[in-house]
Design a protein around this ligand. Structure first.
Ligand code: ADP
Ligand code: MG
Ligand code: ZN
Length: 485
């Protein structure tokens, strides 16, 4: 009988920190500069130079450690990982093998839409360590020439190594999203898979259900979207199963995923730690991590998502589903709170954010950290609607302007005369005119066709340039129709 297998996955995630300068020199980390314009003797590996640790990198690493319930090392020590490749001008990478800054943490994951639920699972973090990024190679099409850009050389990275606790693509996605949420809440990286500021290597093995010993794993690289990660996991699980079922053995190797072809290729046999001849970095003196420093960073931790979810439900009385969507991004949650406080109408603010805002963000490819409108203006718009000064059609149009240019809604409505027409007398005239122009609809209504009034409301609204209060129009219409019944 065929065996039933289970998939076992551990992730190595690299995150580029958004510090102003590199990890061991003062060069800018800005993305997209002309090749080799953000380099100096340190990050281009000139002999005789000495690295100096950027303290903001250490703070970022400790903050992430605290947010993932990790133990923080008492001393910062680095190691040299030696390898020869043109993207690496020093011929070694400064990293942390023996004494990573954080150990033994965990991240809680839950299925999509059930964040904060009781049945969440803990994914253990083996360690988090600091290291420097390498340069970027460009291989010319002639097959003979390669160019190198060292702007990325020395950009700070945190590597987050999980234990093999993940059972498949869905859990991997939940884990990466949970990790990204934590890191974005901390504000230490923007974690964009597509842009490479978050990169995940998938270590995967399979074993017969019931067996406790882990199978031989492969490591998959070049995964730059959630879709690629899912495909790669499915394909690799199947590949290993076919090997085992045909009596073969999985080889421990590094494989490269090709999303276009939907398959992976062997890159190299898996290197061993000893292949890298790791040794303690002699150019960076050990730094003590003081208790004061950890305490300060702990104090400075922002409110994280699980606590925010709990508080929003309690404080604003909103449904869990809405709160989950409001708190995905810290900026978004902040916008909600600021606007809700100003207009004292959390429900209305939440509606604007979860419907019109999310729709416009989707349509125009805008991220939460790129939103331009101020909470005060959103609050003003909510007030205009609750005070009945504008109707919902006008409000949607004003909101779009707010989204695009952060217009002041009060001034905008006033300048363009968009206030709702509430003058009963003027509206009544309008209504009577519409009734005389549409005798058919009036007769239909009187004959019991309730729906005909909708048409008459529409006609009156049109005559008023969309600015009348539709409820008032409906009321007046009903009155007039009764009067001449
Ligand atoms: P290396 O030092 O060779 O990189 P590690 O022990 O550091 O190996 O593990 C690297 C990653 O691989 C970790 O995320 C770990 O959870 C995962 N891993 C290790 N063994 C297995 C296995 N048998 N199956 C799946 N994942 C594994
Ligand atoms: Mg490793
Ligand atoms: Zn430099």
């Amino acid at each position: 009988m065929a065996k039933v297998y289970e998939t076992v996955i551990g992730l190595e995630v690299h995150v580029e920190l958004s510090t102003k300068t590199k990890i061991f020199c003062g060069c800018s980390t800005a993305f997209g500069g002309k090749p080799n314009t953000q380099v100096c003797p340190v990050c281009s590996g000139m002999p005789g130079t000495l690295p100096v640790l950027n303290e903001a990198v250490l703070d970022g690493a400790i903050s992430l450690g605290l947010a993932t319930h990790s133990e923080i090392a008492e001393e910062v020590l680095f190691d040299r990982k030696n390898y020869f490749y043109p993207d690496n001008p020093q011929n070694y990478q400064i990293s942390q093998l023996y004494h990573p800054i954080c150990r033994n943490g965990y991240v809680e994951i839950a299925p999509e839409g059930q964040e904060g639920a009781a049945d969440s699972k803990q994914v253990r973090i083996h360690d988090i360590h600091m290291e420097e990024d390498a340069g970027k190679l460009f291989h010319e099409e002639d097959g003979l020439t390669s160019l190198v850009d060292y702007n990325r050389s020395g950009v700070p990275l945190l590597e987050i190594v999980s234990e093999p606790d993940l059972a498949g693509a869905e859990e991997v996605k939940a884990y990466l999203e949970a990790l990204r949420t934590i890191i974005r809440y901390l504000g230490i990286s923007d974690c964009k898979l597509q842009e490479g500021s978050m990169r995940a290597d998938v270590n995967l093995s399979i074993r017969p259900v019931g067996q406790s010993k882990l199978g031989t794993r492969t490591e998959m690289k070049n995964l730059n979207s959630f879709r690629a990660i899912t495909h790669a996991i499915e394909a690799e699980t199947l590949r290993q199963k076919e090997i085992l079922e045909s009596g073969g053995e999985v080889i421990m190797e590094t494989r490269r995923w090709d999303e276009e072809k939907g398959t992976s290729f062997s890159m190299r046999s898996k290197e061993d730690t000893k292949d890298y001849r790791y040794f303690p970095e002699p150019d960076l003196p050990p730094i003590k991590v003081s208790k004061e420093r950890i305490d300060r960073l702990e104090q400075e931790l922002p409110e994280m998502r699980p606590e925010k979810i709990e508080r929003f439900v309690k404080e604003y009385g909103l449904p869990m589903k809405d709160v989950l969507n409001l708190t995905k991004e810290r900026e978004f949650a902040q916008l909600f709170e600021d606007a809700a406080r100003l207009c004292k109408n959390p429900k209305k603010v939440s509606n604007w954010l979860l419907t019109d805002t999310l729709r416009l963000m989707r349509e125009r490819g805008v991220d939460a950290d790129e939103l331009r409108f101020s909470p005060a203006h959103l609050a003003d718009l909510v007030k205009l609607t609750t005070e009945g000064k504008i109707n919902s059609t006008v409000a949607s149009a004003v909101f779009e302007k707010l989204f695009e240019e952060d217009v002041d809604p009060v001034a905008y409505v006033k300048d363009r005369g968009l206030e709702t027409v509430t003058d009963d007398k003027k509206l009544r005239e309008s209504v009577l005119r519409i009734l005389s122009e549409n005798p058919g609809a009036a007769t239909d209504y009187k004959a019991g066709k309730q729906k005909a009034i909708g048409f008459l409301v529409g006609q009156t609204m049109k005559a008023e340039g969309g600015k009348a209060d539709p409820n008032l129009v409906r009321k007046l219409l009903a009155e007039c129709l009764k009067e001449n019944a």
